[in-house]
Design a protein around this ligand. Structure first.
Ligand code: HEC
Ligand code: HEC
Length: 241
C-alpha cells in the first residue's frame, strides 16, 4: 500500500517537473516565433504604437482564444488576421506562453489637448497659461474618477454592467475564463477596440458579452474608462489613501 502511494507520488512529482520543463520550452519556442510579431507588438510584447495592443503579461488563455478567433475570421482585424492564419495550434500556445511571461510596461498619464479658443497666444501671460493648465488637470481628474466609477459600479441608467465583475478588482482579468487583463493597456487601443465592439466591428458574434456591453456605452464613457485603465495602478494607489 505504502509502496503504491510512494510510486504514485513519485510519478506525480516527475510529471510536475516535466510540465515545468515543457512550459519553459514553450516560452523559448514562443520567443523565437515572436520575432515575426516584434515590429508591431514590440520585442517583449510592449508595442510602441499606442493603437496596437500590448501583449506582455496578458493571460495565455485569452491570447490563444483571440488568435483562434482571428484565424477563423470571427474577430475582424484586417492588419492582424492574415498573420494569425499562418499559425498552428502549437505556435499559438508557444507565442501565448512567451507573451504571458513578459511584464507589461507602465503608461504615462494621459494628456488632454488644451483647447485654444483665442488666437493671440503670444500675448497670454503666465497666469493665464497656468490657469488653463489647472483647468485641464481638473478635467483629467474628473474623467479618471468617472472611469473608475464606471469600472466599479457600471452605469445603472444606461444599463452598462460593472467591468469589475469580469475583469477583476485591479483589472487583472481571469485566466481560467480567458477574460483579458486590462490594466496598463494603451488608452488609444482600449478606445479603438471598445468603439469597435460598440459598432459591431470587432466580433461577428452579436451575442458576445462585450458587444452587448459596449453598445450601451457613450463615447465619453469609453474615453473615461480607457484613460482610467491605462493608468489604473497609479489611480488605485491614490484612491486607497
Ligand atoms: C502589422 C502589424 C502586426 C503584426 C506584425 C502582428 N500584429 Fe498582432 N495585432 C496588430 C493589431 C493592429 C492588432 C489589433 C487588432 C484590432 O484592432 O482588433 C493586433 C492584435 C493582436 C492580438 C489580440 C490582442 C488583444 O488584446 O486582443 C494578438 C493576440 C496578436 N495581435 C498577436 C500577434 C502575434 C502572435 C503576432 C506574430 C505572429 C502578431 N500579432 C503580429 C498588429 C500586428
Ligand atoms: C460579463 C463579463 C464581462 C463584463 C461585465 C465586461 N467584460 Fe470586457 N471582456 C469580457 C470578455 C469575455 C472579453 C473577451 C471578448 C472577446 O474575446 O472578444 C472582454 C474583452 C474586453 C476588452 C478587450 C481587451 C483587449 O485586449 O482587446 C476590453 C477593452 C474590455 N473587455 C473592457 C470592458 C469594460 C470597460 C467593461 C465595463 C464597462 C467590461 N469590459 C465589462 C467580459 C466582460
Amino acid at each position: 500500500m505504502i509502496k503504491k502511494i510512494l510510486a504514485v507520488s513519485i510519478s506525480l512529482a516527475l510529471s510536475a517537473t516535466v510540465s515545468i520543463v515543457h512550459a519553459k520550452d514553450d516560452v523559448n519556442a514562443g520567443k523565437q516565433q515572436a520575432a515575426a510579431c516584434a515590429g508591431c507588438h514590440g520585442a517583449d510584447g510592449n508595442s510602441a504604437v499606442s493603437t496596437f495592443p500590448k501583449l506582455a503579461g496578458q493571460h495565455a488563455s485569452y491570447l490563444v482564444k483571440e488568435l483562434q478567433a482571428l484565424k477563423a475570421g470571427i474577430r475582424d482585424a484586417p492588419m492582424m488576421a492574415p498573420l494569425a492564419m499562418g499559425l498552428s495550434d502549437d505556435a499559438m500556445s508557444d507565442l501565448a506562453a512567451f507573451y504571458a511571461s513578459q511584464t507589461i510596461s507602465k503608461n504615462p498619464m494621459p494628456k488632454l489637448p488644451i483647447d485654444d479658443d483665442d488666437d493671440d497666444d503670444e500675448d497670454e501671460d503666465e497666469a493665464a497659461v497656468a490657469a488653463k493648465e489647472k483647468a485641464q488637470q481638473e478635467k483629467l481628474e474628473n474623467l479618471l474618477a468617472k472611469g473608475s466609477d464606471l469600472y466599479r459600479n457600471g452605469d445603472l441608467e444606461d444599463e452598462v454592467s460593472a467591468c469589475i465583475a469580469c475583469h477583476g478588482p485591479v483589472g487583472e482579468g481571469n485566466q481560467p475564463a480567458a477574460y483579458p487583463i486590462l490594466k496598463g493597456q494603451h488608452a488609444d487601443y482600449l478606445i479603438k477596440t471598445l468603439t469597435d465592439f460598440k459598432n459591431g466591428n470587432r466580433i461577428k458574434n452579436t451575442e458576445d458579452m462585450m458587444n452587448m456591453i459596449a453598445k450601451k456605452m457613450s463615447a465619453d464613457e469609453i474615453q473615461a474608462v480607457s484613460y482610467y485603465l491605462s493608468v489604473m495602478d497609479k489611480q488605485t494607489k491614490s484612491t486607497e489613501k
